[in-house]
Design a protein around this ligand. Sequence first.
Ligand SMILES: NC(=O)c1ncn([C@@H]2O[C@H](COP(=O)(O)O)[C@@H](O)[C@H]2O)c1NC=O
Length: 510
Amino acid sequence: MKKRALLSVSDKSKLVPFAKGLIDLGYELISTGGTLKALRDGGLKALAVSEVTGSDEILDGRVKSLHPIIHAGLLARRDDDSHTEQLKARGIHYIDIVVVNLYPFKETIQKEGVSEAEAIENIDIGGPTMLRSAAKNFRDVTVVVDPSDYDEVLKQLNNGASFDFRKTLAAKVFRHTAHYDGLIAQYFIEQTKLENPETLSLTYERQEVLRYGENPHQQAAFYKAPNVKGASLANCKQLNGKALSYNNIQDANAALEIVLEFPEKPAAVAVKHMNPCGVGMGDTIEAAFSKAYAGDPISIFGGIVALNREVNEATAKQLKEIFLEIVIAPSFSEGALAILTEKPNLRLLETDMERHSSDKKKVVSVLGGLLIQDRDEGMVTEDMLTVATDRKPTEAELESLLFAWKVVKHVKSNAIVVAKGDQTVGVGAGQMNRVGAAQIAFDQAKDQATDAVLASDAFFPMPDTVENAAKAGIKAIIQPGGSKRDQDSIDACNKLGIAMVMTAMRHFKH
Ligand SMILES: NC(=O)c1ncn([C@@H]2O[C@H](COP(=O)(O)O)[C@@H](O)[C@H]2O)c1NC=O
Protein backbone atom coordinates (compact mmCIF):
# COMPACT_ATOMS: atom_id res chain seq x y z
CA MET A 1 0.00 0.00 0.00
CA LYS A 2 1.24 3.47 -0.89
CA LYS A 3 2.32 5.80 1.90
CA ARG A 4 0.00 8.75 2.36
CA ALA A 5 0.64 12.46 2.81
CA LEU A 6 -2.11 14.79 3.95
CA LEU A 7 -1.80 18.39 2.83
CA SER A 8 -4.03 21.18 4.13
CA VAL A 9 -2.46 24.62 3.96
CA SER A 10 -3.52 28.24 4.09
CA ASP A 11 -0.18 29.47 2.76
CA LYS A 12 -0.07 27.78 -0.61
CA SER A 13 3.32 29.18 -1.61
CA LYS A 14 5.82 26.51 -2.62
CA LEU A 15 3.04 23.91 -2.22
CA VAL A 16 3.01 22.42 -5.71
CA PRO A 17 6.76 21.75 -6.10
CA PHE A 18 6.85 20.27 -2.59
CA ALA A 19 3.83 18.05 -3.26
CA LYS A 20 5.40 16.98 -6.55
CA GLY A 21 8.50 15.97 -4.60
CA LEU A 22 6.32 13.83 -2.32
CA ILE A 23 4.70 12.12 -5.31
CA ASP A 24 8.15 11.44 -6.74
CA LEU A 25 9.05 9.79 -3.43
CA GLY A 26 6.04 7.49 -3.85
CA TYR A 27 3.45 9.21 -1.65
CA GLU A 28 -0.25 9.37 -2.40
CA LEU A 29 -1.70 12.81 -1.60
CA ILE A 30 -4.87 13.63 0.33
CA SER A 31 -6.08 17.16 0.63
CA THR A 32 -8.77 19.59 1.79
CA GLY A 33 -10.83 21.79 -0.58
CA GLY A 34 -8.66 24.79 -1.45
CA THR A 35 -5.40 22.89 -1.18
CA LEU A 36 -6.78 20.12 -3.37
CA LYS A 37 -7.73 22.66 -6.02
CA ALA A 38 -4.25 24.21 -5.91
CA LEU A 39 -2.66 20.78 -6.29
CA ARG A 40 -4.92 19.80 -9.17
CA ASP A 41 -4.42 23.20 -10.83
CA GLY A 42 -0.71 22.46 -10.54
CA GLY A 43 -1.27 19.26 -12.50
CA LEU A 44 -0.94 16.89 -9.53
CA LYS A 45 -3.13 13.95 -8.60
CA ALA A 46 -4.65 13.99 -5.12
CA LEU A 47 -7.57 12.49 -3.21
CA ALA A 48 -10.08 14.73 -1.43
CA VAL A 49 -10.28 14.24 2.33
CA SER A 50 -14.00 13.74 1.82
CA GLU A 51 -13.26 10.76 -0.47
CA VAL A 52 -11.19 9.24 2.31
CA THR A 53 -13.62 9.94 5.14
CA GLY A 54 -16.88 9.57 3.24
CA SER A 55 -17.97 12.88 4.84
CA ASP A 56 -18.31 16.11 2.90
CA GLU A 57 -16.73 19.30 4.19
CA ILE A 58 -19.55 21.05 6.09
CA LEU A 59 -20.33 24.27 7.97
CA ASP A 60 -18.41 26.48 5.52
CA GLY A 61 -15.18 24.60 6.17
CA ARG A 62 -15.51 24.58 9.96
CA VAL A 63 -15.50 20.78 9.70
CA LYS A 64 -13.41 19.20 6.95
CA SER A 65 -10.58 17.12 8.35
CA LEU A 66 -12.04 16.56 11.82
CA HIS A 67 -12.81 12.89 11.38
CA PRO A 68 -11.81 9.66 13.19
CA ILE A 69 -10.56 8.19 9.91
CA ILE A 70 -8.03 11.03 9.62
CA HIS A 71 -7.03 11.10 13.27
CA ALA A 72 -6.85 7.31 13.65
CA GLY A 73 -4.61 7.27 10.56
CA LEU A 74 -2.34 9.79 12.27
CA LEU A 75 -2.40 8.54 15.85
CA ALA A 76 -2.18 4.77 15.39
CA ARG A 77 1.05 3.30 16.73
CA ARG A 78 2.67 1.24 14.06
CA ASP A 79 4.32 -1.02 16.64
CA ASP A 80 1.05 -1.82 18.43
CA ASP A 81 -0.74 -4.83 16.95
CA SER A 82 -4.04 -3.85 18.50
CA HIS A 83 -3.86 -0.43 16.81
CA THR A 84 -3.04 -2.07 13.48
CA GLU A 85 -5.96 -4.51 13.91
CA GLN A 86 -8.37 -1.71 14.74
CA LEU A 87 -7.40 0.24 11.61
CA LYS A 88 -7.64 -2.86 9.46
CA ALA A 89 -11.08 -3.72 10.80
CA ARG A 90 -12.31 -0.26 9.79
CA GLY A 91 -10.46 -0.02 6.50
CA ILE A 92 -8.45 2.98 7.71
CA HIS A 93 -5.07 3.85 6.15
CA TYR A 94 -2.09 5.18 8.00
CA ILE A 95 -1.21 8.77 7.21
CA ASP A 96 2.56 9.13 7.19
CA ILE A 97 3.09 12.81 6.54
CA VAL A 98 1.03 15.83 7.52
CA VAL A 99 1.65 19.20 5.92
CA VAL A 100 -0.49 21.87 7.53
CA ASN A 101 -0.27 25.59 8.08
CA LEU A 102 -2.98 27.46 9.83
CA TYR A 103 -5.61 30.09 9.15
CA PRO A 104 -3.88 33.48 9.37
CA PHE A 105 -5.22 34.50 12.77
CA LYS A 106 -2.37 36.92 13.51
CA GLU A 107 -2.58 38.68 10.15
CA THR A 108 -6.37 38.91 10.52
CA ILE A 109 -6.36 40.59 13.93
CA GLN A 110 -3.68 43.02 12.74
CA LYS A 111 -5.97 44.33 10.02
CA GLU A 112 -7.41 47.78 10.66
CA GLY A 113 -10.99 47.60 12.01
CA VAL A 114 -11.29 43.82 11.90
CA SER A 115 -14.52 42.49 13.41
CA GLU A 116 -14.62 39.91 16.19
CA ALA A 117 -16.60 37.63 13.86
CA GLU A 118 -13.82 37.73 11.26
CA ALA A 119 -11.19 37.06 13.91
CA ILE A 120 -13.15 34.09 15.22
CA GLU A 121 -13.59 32.63 11.74
CA ASN A 122 -9.80 32.68 11.47
CA ILE A 123 -9.28 30.50 14.52
CA ASP A 124 -8.15 27.26 12.96
CA ILE A 125 -9.49 24.13 14.64
CA GLY A 126 -8.92 21.26 12.23
CA GLY A 127 -5.35 22.32 11.38
CA PRO A 128 -3.93 22.40 14.93
CA THR A 129 -5.77 19.16 15.66
CA MET A 130 -4.02 17.38 12.78
CA LEU A 131 -0.71 18.97 13.67
CA ARG A 132 -1.00 17.84 17.27
CA SER A 133 -2.06 14.30 16.33
CA ALA A 134 0.87 13.97 13.94
CA ALA A 135 3.34 15.60 16.32
CA LYS A 136 2.25 13.35 19.20
CA ASN A 137 2.93 10.35 16.95
CA PHE A 138 6.23 11.68 15.55
CA ARG A 139 7.73 8.25 16.11
CA ASP A 140 5.93 7.21 12.94
CA VAL A 141 4.65 10.40 11.35
CA THR A 142 6.48 13.31 9.74
CA VAL A 143 4.81 16.65 10.43
CA VAL A 144 5.53 19.87 8.55
CA VAL A 145 4.16 23.23 9.64
CA ASP A 146 6.62 25.66 8.05
CA PRO A 147 6.93 26.07 4.25
CA SER A 148 10.56 27.09 4.75
CA ASP A 149 11.22 23.47 5.82
CA TYR A 150 9.87 21.92 2.59
CA ASP A 151 13.23 21.52 0.86
CA GLU A 152 14.91 19.99 3.90
CA VAL A 153 11.96 17.64 4.45
CA LEU A 154 12.22 16.27 0.89
CA LYS A 155 15.94 15.83 1.33
CA GLN A 156 15.50 13.98 4.62
CA LEU A 157 12.61 11.84 3.32
CA ASN A 158 14.84 10.80 0.47
CA ASN A 159 17.20 9.44 3.12
CA GLY A 160 14.45 7.84 5.19
CA ALA A 161 13.81 10.78 7.61
CA SER A 162 15.42 9.90 10.94
CA PHE A 163 13.61 9.69 14.27
CA ASP A 164 15.54 12.74 15.46
CA PHE A 165 14.47 14.74 12.43
CA ARG A 166 10.82 13.82 12.96
CA LYS A 167 11.16 14.77 16.64
CA THR A 168 12.63 18.14 15.69
CA LEU A 169 9.69 18.80 13.37
CA ALA A 170 7.21 17.73 16.05
CA ALA A 171 8.84 20.01 18.60
CA LYS A 172 8.49 22.89 16.15
CA VAL A 173 4.82 22.08 15.75
CA PHE A 174 4.17 22.24 19.48
CA ARG A 175 5.93 25.64 19.61
CA HIS A 176 3.89 26.77 16.65
CA THR A 177 0.50 25.72 18.04
CA ALA A 178 1.41 27.15 21.46
CA HIS A 179 2.26 30.49 19.81
CA TYR A 180 -0.95 30.35 17.79
CA ASP A 181 -3.04 29.65 20.90
CA GLY A 182 -1.08 32.30 22.79
CA LEU A 183 -2.16 34.88 20.22
CA ILE A 184 -5.78 33.78 20.52
CA ALA A 185 -5.62 33.86 24.31
CA GLN A 186 -4.09 37.34 24.21
CA TYR A 187 -6.74 38.52 21.76
CA PHE A 188 -9.52 37.46 24.12
CA ILE A 189 -7.75 38.94 27.14
CA GLU A 190 -7.89 42.24 25.27
CA GLN A 191 -11.47 41.73 24.08
CA THR A 192 -12.67 40.94 27.59
CA LYS A 193 -10.43 43.64 29.13
CA LEU A 194 -9.13 41.11 31.64
CA GLU A 195 -6.38 42.26 33.98
CA ASN A 196 -4.03 39.77 35.62
CA PRO A 197 -5.36 36.52 34.11
CA GLU A 198 -4.99 33.34 36.20
CA THR A 199 -2.45 31.99 33.71
CA LEU A 200 -0.23 34.02 31.42
CA SER A 201 0.75 32.87 27.94
CA LEU A 202 3.12 35.52 26.69
CA THR A 203 4.13 34.75 23.14
CA TYR A 204 6.94 36.41 21.22
CA GLU A 205 8.77 35.86 17.95
CA ARG A 206 12.53 35.66 17.68
CA GLN A 207 13.90 38.75 16.03
CA GLU A 208 17.55 37.89 16.33
CA VAL A 209 20.01 35.63 18.08
CA LEU A 210 22.51 37.99 19.69
CA ARG A 211 26.22 37.42 19.83
CA TYR A 212 26.02 37.34 23.61
CA GLY A 213 24.09 38.83 26.50
CA GLU A 214 25.03 41.51 28.99
CA ASN A 215 28.45 39.81 29.18
CA PRO A 216 30.23 37.59 26.67
CA HIS A 217 29.65 34.40 28.68
CA GLN A 218 25.86 34.85 28.56
CA GLN A 219 23.70 33.58 25.68
CA ALA A 220 21.03 35.93 24.44
CA ALA A 221 18.36 36.56 21.84
CA PHE A 222 15.93 39.38 21.08
CA TYR A 223 12.22 38.52 20.79
CA LYS A 224 9.60 40.86 19.42
CA ALA A 225 5.91 41.18 20.12
CA PRO A 226 3.84 39.57 17.35
CA ASN A 227 2.06 42.85 16.71
CA VAL A 228 4.99 45.21 17.10
CA LYS A 229 4.11 48.70 15.89
CA GLY A 230 5.20 52.23 16.67
CA ALA A 231 8.37 53.24 18.49
CA SER A 232 10.38 50.11 19.16
CA LEU A 233 13.82 48.62 18.77
CA ALA A 234 12.02 45.62 17.26
CA ASN A 235 10.49 47.89 14.65
CA CYS A 236 13.35 50.04 13.49
CA LYS A 237 15.49 50.20 10.40
CA GLN A 238 19.26 50.00 10.78
CA LEU A 239 21.01 52.20 8.25
CA ASN A 240 24.62 51.76 9.30
CA GLY A 241 26.94 49.98 11.68
CA LYS A 242 27.43 46.57 13.22
CA ALA A 243 24.63 44.35 14.54
CA LEU A 244 23.05 45.53 17.78
CA SER A 245 24.18 43.89 21.00
CA TYR A 246 22.07 43.03 24.04
CA ASN A 247 23.29 46.13 25.90
CA ASN A 248 22.75 48.29 22.80
CA ILE A 249 19.11 47.23 22.64
CA GLN A 250 18.50 47.94 26.33
CA ASP A 251 20.26 51.31 26.21
CA ALA A 252 18.69 52.41 22.93
CA ASN A 253 15.30 51.43 24.29
CA ALA A 254 15.91 53.53 27.40
CA ALA A 255 16.94 56.51 25.27
CA LEU A 256 13.88 56.06 23.06
CA GLU A 257 11.51 55.87 26.00
CA ILE A 258 12.89 59.13 27.39
CA VAL A 259 12.81 61.07 24.15
CA LEU A 260 9.17 60.01 23.67
CA GLU A 261 8.36 62.15 26.73
CA PHE A 262 9.03 65.32 24.77
CA PRO A 263 7.02 65.22 21.53
CA GLU A 264 6.22 68.94 21.63
CA LYS A 265 9.72 70.24 20.83
CA PRO A 266 12.99 69.02 19.31
CA ALA A 267 14.65 66.92 22.02
CA ALA A 268 17.80 64.86 22.43
CA VAL A 269 18.72 62.28 25.03
CA ALA A 270 22.08 60.71 25.74
CA VAL A 271 22.05 57.45 27.67
CA LYS A 272 24.68 55.40 29.44
CA HIS A 273 23.86 52.10 31.13
CA MET A 274 20.15 52.79 30.78
CA ASN A 275 20.25 56.12 32.61
CA PRO A 276 20.10 59.49 30.90
CA CYS A 277 23.36 61.40 31.25
CA GLY A 278 22.18 64.41 29.25
CA VAL A 279 18.75 65.56 28.07
CA GLY A 280 18.02 68.78 26.22
CA MET A 281 15.25 70.48 24.30
CA GLY A 282 15.70 73.30 21.82
CA ASP A 283 14.14 75.19 18.95
CA THR A 284 16.12 73.02 16.56
CA ILE A 285 17.35 69.46 16.85
CA GLU A 286 20.97 70.65 16.75
CA ALA A 287 20.28 73.03 19.64
CA ALA A 288 18.61 70.19 21.57
CA PHE A 289 21.60 67.94 21.00
CA SER A 290 24.08 70.66 22.06
CA LYS A 291 22.25 70.86 25.38
CA ALA A 292 22.10 67.10 25.87
CA TYR A 293 25.84 66.97 25.19
CA ALA A 294 26.61 69.87 27.50
CA GLY A 295 24.59 68.12 30.24
CA ASP A 296 27.51 65.72 30.72
CA PRO A 297 30.21 65.85 28.05
CA ILE A 298 32.17 63.08 29.78
CA SER A 299 29.57 60.36 30.29
CA ILE A 300 28.19 60.61 26.76
CA PHE A 301 31.43 58.98 25.51
CA GLY A 302 30.46 55.54 24.17
CA GLY A 303 26.81 56.34 24.75
CA ILE A 304 23.57 56.20 22.86
CA VAL A 305 21.74 59.23 21.56
CA ALA A 306 18.04 59.41 20.72
CA LEU A 307 16.59 62.41 18.88
CA ASN A 308 12.95 63.06 18.14
CA ARG A 309 13.37 65.01 14.90
CA GLU A 310 15.17 64.27 11.65
CA VAL A 311 18.94 64.34 12.06
CA ASN A 312 20.19 67.11 9.77
CA GLU A 313 23.74 67.90 8.69
CA ALA A 314 24.33 70.38 11.51
CA THR A 315 23.45 67.73 14.10
CA ALA A 316 25.36 65.02 12.23
CA LYS A 317 28.53 67.14 12.37
CA GLN A 318 28.21 67.41 16.15
CA LEU A 319 27.42 63.72 16.57
CA LYS A 320 30.38 62.72 14.45
CA GLU A 321 32.81 64.46 16.80
CA ILE A 322 31.95 62.10 19.66
CA PHE A 323 32.44 58.37 20.05
CA LEU A 324 28.88 57.01 20.16
CA GLU A 325 27.49 53.48 19.88
CA ILE A 326 24.08 54.34 18.43
CA VAL A 327 22.08 57.27 17.10
CA ILE A 328 18.34 56.63 16.97
CA ALA A 329 15.96 59.08 15.31
CA PRO A 330 12.81 59.21 13.17
CA SER A 331 14.94 59.88 10.08
CA PHE A 332 18.31 61.07 8.80
CA SER A 333 18.69 63.59 5.99
CA GLU A 334 20.80 62.49 3.05
CA GLY A 335 23.54 64.92 4.05
CA ALA A 336 23.49 63.68 7.64
CA LEU A 337 23.76 60.09 6.47
CA ALA A 338 26.74 60.93 4.29
CA ILE A 339 28.50 62.43 7.32
CA LEU A 340 27.63 59.72 9.82
CA THR A 341 28.23 56.71 7.58
CA GLU A 342 31.86 57.78 7.42
CA LYS A 343 31.97 56.02 10.78
CA PRO A 344 31.40 52.39 9.77
CA ASN A 345 30.76 51.13 13.30
CA LEU A 346 28.24 53.78 14.31
CA ARG A 347 24.81 52.18 14.39
CA LEU A 348 22.14 54.44 12.90
CA LEU A 349 18.55 53.48 13.61
CA GLU A 350 15.35 54.91 12.22
CA THR A 351 12.18 54.35 14.20
CA ASP A 352 8.66 55.67 14.64
CA MET A 353 8.41 58.26 17.37
CA GLU A 354 5.03 57.30 18.72
CA ARG A 355 4.39 54.75 21.40
CA HIS A 356 1.88 52.17 20.22
CA SER A 357 -1.28 51.76 22.29
CA SER A 358 -0.72 47.99 22.66
CA ASP A 359 2.60 48.55 24.44
CA LYS A 360 0.97 48.79 27.85
CA LYS A 361 2.70 46.28 30.08
CA LYS A 362 6.16 45.87 31.47
CA VAL A 363 7.47 42.46 32.44
CA VAL A 364 10.57 41.57 34.45
CA SER A 365 11.79 38.16 35.49
CA VAL A 366 12.68 37.17 39.01
CA LEU A 367 13.95 33.79 40.21
CA GLY A 368 11.12 31.35 39.58
CA GLY A 369 8.65 33.84 38.18
CA LEU A 370 7.94 37.14 36.61
CA LEU A 371 6.33 40.40 37.53
CA ILE A 372 4.01 42.26 35.25
CA GLN A 373 2.79 45.81 35.66
CA ASP A 374 1.48 48.74 33.63
CA ARG A 375 4.22 50.78 32.04
CA ASP A 376 4.82 53.98 33.95
CA GLU A 377 2.79 56.30 31.78
CA GLY A 378 2.08 58.61 34.71
CA MET A 379 2.13 62.20 33.57
CA VAL A 380 2.03 65.35 35.66
CA THR A 381 0.76 68.66 34.34
CA GLU A 382 0.96 72.10 35.90
CA ASP A 383 -2.61 72.01 37.19
CA MET A 384 -1.86 68.82 39.17
CA LEU A 385 0.90 70.43 41.21
CA THR A 386 0.53 71.69 44.75
CA VAL A 387 2.79 74.50 45.85
CA ALA A 388 3.93 73.55 49.36
CA THR A 389 6.13 76.53 50.16
CA ASP A 390 5.67 80.24 50.86
CA ARG A 391 7.43 81.05 47.63
CA LYS A 392 5.75 79.94 44.42
CA PRO A 393 8.04 78.88 41.58
CA THR A 394 8.38 81.43 38.80
CA GLU A 395 6.97 80.57 35.37
CA ALA A 396 10.48 79.71 34.12
CA GLU A 397 11.20 77.56 37.17
CA LEU A 398 7.90 75.78 36.72
CA GLU A 399 8.69 74.87 33.13
CA SER A 400 12.09 73.62 34.12
CA LEU A 401 10.63 71.62 37.03
CA LEU A 402 8.20 69.83 34.71
CA PHE A 403 11.05 69.10 32.30
CA ALA A 404 13.21 67.66 35.12
CA TRP A 405 10.24 65.65 36.38
CA LYS A 406 9.84 63.90 33.01
CA VAL A 407 13.54 63.04 33.05
CA VAL A 408 13.68 61.80 36.65
CA LYS A 409 10.91 59.30 35.86
CA HIS A 410 13.44 57.49 33.66
CA VAL A 411 16.36 57.53 36.07
CA LYS A 412 17.03 54.47 38.21
CA SER A 413 15.99 55.06 41.84
CA ASN A 414 17.01 56.72 44.05
CA ALA A 415 17.04 59.42 41.44
CA ILE A 416 17.77 63.12 41.49
CA VAL A 417 17.88 65.35 38.42
CA VAL A 418 19.20 68.90 38.39
CA ALA A 419 18.11 70.98 35.42
CA LYS A 420 18.57 74.46 34.12
CA GLY A 421 15.86 75.56 31.72
CA ASP A 422 15.29 72.63 29.41
CA GLN A 423 18.65 71.01 29.95
CA THR A 424 19.86 68.55 32.56
CA VAL A 425 23.06 69.57 34.33
CA GLY A 426 23.32 66.79 36.89
CA VAL A 427 21.88 63.30 37.23
CA GLY A 428 22.22 61.16 40.33
CA ALA A 429 21.08 57.62 39.53
CA GLY A 430 20.55 54.32 41.28
CA GLN A 431 21.83 55.25 44.74
CA MET A 432 20.86 53.45 47.89
CA ASN A 433 19.98 56.76 49.54
CA ARG A 434 18.56 59.99 48.22
CA VAL A 435 21.20 62.24 49.80
CA GLY A 436 23.87 60.32 47.87
CA ALA A 437 21.95 60.58 44.59
CA ALA A 438 21.58 64.33 45.11
CA GLN A 439 25.26 64.72 45.94
CA ILE A 440 26.24 63.02 42.68
CA ALA A 441 23.94 65.36 40.75
CA PHE A 442 25.35 68.47 42.52
CA ASP A 443 28.94 67.34 42.01
CA GLN A 444 28.29 66.91 38.33
CA ALA A 445 26.39 70.19 37.94
CA LYS A 446 29.06 72.17 39.86
CA ASP A 447 28.36 75.91 39.52
CA GLN A 448 25.56 75.20 37.03
CA ALA A 449 23.47 74.16 40.05
CA THR A 450 23.22 77.84 40.96
CA ASP A 451 19.63 78.95 40.30
CA ALA A 452 18.82 75.51 38.86
CA VAL A 453 15.86 73.26 39.76
CA LEU A 454 15.81 69.78 41.24
CA ALA A 455 13.51 66.79 40.71
CA SER A 456 13.33 63.84 43.10
CA ASP A 457 11.60 60.61 42.01
CA ALA A 458 10.25 60.00 45.53
CA PHE A 459 9.63 62.00 48.70
CA PHE A 460 12.28 63.28 51.09
CA PRO A 461 12.18 61.38 54.37
CA MET A 462 14.30 64.12 55.97
CA PRO A 463 15.16 67.72 55.20
CA ASP A 464 18.84 66.92 54.48
CA THR A 465 18.50 66.86 50.68
CA VAL A 466 16.78 70.24 50.74
CA GLU A 467 19.55 71.68 52.90
CA ASN A 468 22.23 70.35 50.58
CA ALA A 469 20.29 71.58 47.54
CA ALA A 470 20.27 75.09 49.00
CA LYS A 471 24.03 74.92 49.52
CA ALA A 472 24.44 73.90 45.86
CA GLY A 473 22.31 76.90 44.76
CA ILE A 474 19.03 75.14 43.84
CA LYS A 475 16.05 77.49 43.68
CA ALA A 476 13.07 75.15 43.14
CA ILE A 477 12.22 71.52 43.82
CA ILE A 478 9.64 69.09 42.47
CA GLN A 479 8.90 65.89 44.39
CA PRO A 480 5.90 63.64 45.04
CA GLY A 481 5.41 64.51 48.75
CA GLY A 482 3.76 61.99 51.03
CA SER A 483 6.41 61.58 53.72
CA LYS A 484 5.30 61.73 57.35
CA ARG A 485 7.99 64.36 57.65
CA ASP A 486 7.09 66.44 54.58
CA GLN A 487 6.71 69.44 56.86
CA ASP A 488 10.39 69.29 57.83
CA SER A 489 11.39 69.60 54.15
CA ILE A 490 8.82 72.34 53.58
CA ASP A 491 10.11 74.27 56.61
CA ALA A 492 13.68 73.91 55.32
CA CYS A 493 12.64 75.23 51.90
CA ASN A 494 10.86 78.19 53.46
CA LYS A 495 13.88 78.97 55.59
CA LEU A 496 16.25 78.69 52.59
CA GLY A 497 14.10 80.51 50.00
CA ILE A 498 13.41 77.47 47.86
CA ALA A 499 10.08 76.97 46.09
CA MET A 500 8.78 73.40 46.31
CA VAL A 501 5.92 71.75 44.43
CA MET A 502 4.38 68.32 45.10
CA THR A 503 3.18 66.01 42.34
CA ALA A 504 1.40 63.38 44.47
CA MET A 505 2.83 60.86 42.01
CA ARG A 506 5.96 58.82 42.58
CA HIS A 507 8.25 57.53 39.85
CA PHE A 508 10.34 54.75 41.34
CA LYS A 509 12.29 52.87 38.71
CA HIS A 510 14.17 49.85 39.98
N1 LIG B 1 -12.12 22.39 10.13
C1 LIG B 1 -11.31 21.52 9.65
O1 LIG B 1 -11.60 20.36 9.73
C2 LIG B 1 -10.02 21.94 9.02
N2 LIG B 1 -9.14 21.10 8.53
C3 LIG B 1 -8.12 21.80 8.03
N3 LIG B 1 -8.36 23.12 8.23
C4 LIG B 1 -7.52 24.25 7.79
O2 LIG B 1 -7.94 24.61 6.50
C5 LIG B 1 -6.87 25.23 5.80
C6 LIG B 1 -6.81 24.68 4.39
O3 LIG B 1 -8.05 24.76 3.81
P1 LIG B 1 -8.22 24.62 2.25
O4 LIG B 1 -7.42 23.40 1.86
O5 LIG B 1 -9.67 24.47 2.04
O6 LIG B 1 -7.69 25.88 1.61
C7 LIG B 1 -5.60 24.94 6.58
O7 LIG B 1 -5.17 26.16 7.14
C8 LIG B 1 -6.05 23.97 7.66
O8 LIG B 1 -5.36 24.18 8.86
C9 LIG B 1 -9.55 23.24 8.84
N4 LIG B 1 -10.14 24.41 9.16
C10 LIG B 1 -10.33 24.95 10.33
O9 LIG B 1 -10.60 24.61 11.36
